[in-house]
Design a protein around this ligand. Structure first.
Ligand SMILES: C[S@@+](CC[C@H](N)C(=O)[O-])C[C@H]1O[C@@H](n2cnc3c(N)ncnc32)[C@H](O)[C@@H]1O
Length: 290
């Protein structure tokens, strides 16, 4: 079901792929790239574990499923990542196609879906429609696509009455414009673009509380293992190759400190400026004028 073709891999994508590889290693092979949905709130830091995170990721897929209207058969999984959601939906009888602009994810997607889902190696903005879908899914991928492209592009892929399901981090504060989550769409701007393209909001749920423990898990590990490991590597470098340590400290010291400070504030930035929502939209049913 794959349509493997070669594509030049830009540097940012290579960084992203290195991060995905690292993440897969840390999570013990998770096929999902999303935050997960914590049905039970952890009572202490001791409950912020990778195994609970993996359970939350399965629950997130189930949460998506609970938003899919009953008559849905075909789904385009936009920004499908490495195939976790597609695998989950295929197992429940849907016909799924995945789309992402990255050969690394393509390879993992094909493996995780057992080659049972067609993969489109392209950006959503460049995707050429060959047929329509019952539902277009954006699971934590809407933030990478401009609101107008997302809204108009989805409308092109659906018939009247078709659905768009989106689950992602969004900005509640339009003035938050710089920093780690600033690429997320502003709730009201996304709403306006979708309405403009002919969509009606059917159902929405704020799941900020259910994704937040994943931020806490990240912070907990960053504070304990992350920073300790980085400091250890720095100390080793200072002993083994002092000139290189001095050079790196001079060149990267300030940027590094800024990244660490922001990383440590991730949860409070989220609480102050963002939310995480699931939204089901339906493309307006066109009236046929005789
Ligand atoms: C955070 S991951 C989410 C992956 C998956 N949907 C999941 O929930 O596990 C974001 C995904 O969006 C994809 N993406 C980024 N920019 C895109 C674009 N312009 N068009 C389509 N997909 C894009 C990435 O390659 C990646 O697959």
């Amino acid at each position: 079901m794959s349509n493997l073709k070669s594509i030049r891999i830009p540097k940012p994508t290579r960084y992203q792929n290195a991060a995905i590889e690292f993440y897969i290693g840390l999570t013990g092979g998770s096929p999902y790239l999303h935050y997960g949905y914590w049905e039970e709130q952890p009572k202490s830091d001791d409950e912020l574990t990778i195994s609970k995170f993996r359970v939350a990721q399965e629950a997130y897929a189930a949460h998506l499923l609970s938003f899919i209207p009953a008559a849905t058969k075909t789904i385009l999984d936009v920004g499908c990542g490495i195939g976790g959601n597609a695998q989950y939906l295929l197992a429940r009888g849907f016909i799924v196609e995945g789309l992402a602009p990255d050969t690394f994810q393509q390879e993992k997607f094909i493996k995780n879906t057992n080659n049972k889902a067609l993969f489109h190696l392209t950006r959503f903005e460049d995707f050429q429609r060959s047929h329509s879908y019952d539902l277009v899914l954006f699971s934590e991928s809407s933030q990478y696509i401009a609101t107008d492209d997302l809204a108009r592009g989805s409308a092109r892929l659906l018939e009247s009455g078709g659905y768009l399901l989106l689950c992602d981090m969004l900005r509640t504060n339009a003035e938050y414009k710089e920093g780690m989550f600033s690429n997320c769409h502003v709730v009201s701007e996304l709403h306006a673009a979708l309405t403009q393209a002919g969509f009606n909001l059917v159902k929405t749920e704020d799941i900020s509380k259910q994704i937040a423990p994943s931020l806490d898990l990240y912070l907990y590990n960053f504070r304990t293992f992350g920073l300790t490991t980085i400091k250890y590597i720095g100390d080793l470098l200072a002993i083994a190759v002092p000139p290189l340590h001095a050079l790196l400290s001079r060149l990267l010291g300030r940027t590094f400190k800024k990244l660490v400070t922001e990383g440590l504030e991730a949860r409070s930035i989220f609480d102050r400026h963002l939310c995480y929502q699931t939204q089901l939209w339906q493309l307006g049913v066109c009236e046929i004028v005789e």
